[in-house]
Design a binder for this molecule. Structure first.
Ligand code: HEM
Length: 66
């Protein structure tokens, strides 16, 4: 996630539909330690896991496997 925040790359995205709709997000101009801290906060958040609809979404062929 940190490398994506520094240099968002459509080829590495898990959300091609979002990129089509909104374009690629801008690089986040923060120190690497801050981006690592943000990524850790997201991964360590209570209840962080694949949402129930993710398996069906993958089966539908609408996005690459993570
Ligand atoms: C620290 C701040 C941020 C974090 C941690 C973050 C994280 C992410 C992640 C993990 C994704 C999915 C990447 C994938 O496709 O696999 C994503 C997508 C996206 N983000 Fe961010 N983001 C941040 C800031 C922003 C900001 C400031 C904007 C808008 C100005 C933004 C707009 C988007 C959009 C439009 C997408 C979907 C399309 C794409 O991948 O570019 N993000 N973001």
């Amino acid at each position: 996630m940190v490398s994506f925040l520094i240099k968002p790359d459509a080829a590495k995205s898990h959300m091609p539909g979002a990129i089509e709709k909104f374009g690629i997000m801008t690089p986040q101009p923060f120190p690497r330690e801050l981006l690592e801290s943000a990524a850790n906060t997201i991964f360590e958040a209570d209840g962080f896991s694949a949402p129930a609809w993710w398996a069906d979404h993958q089966q539908s062929g609408r996005g690459p496997r993570p």
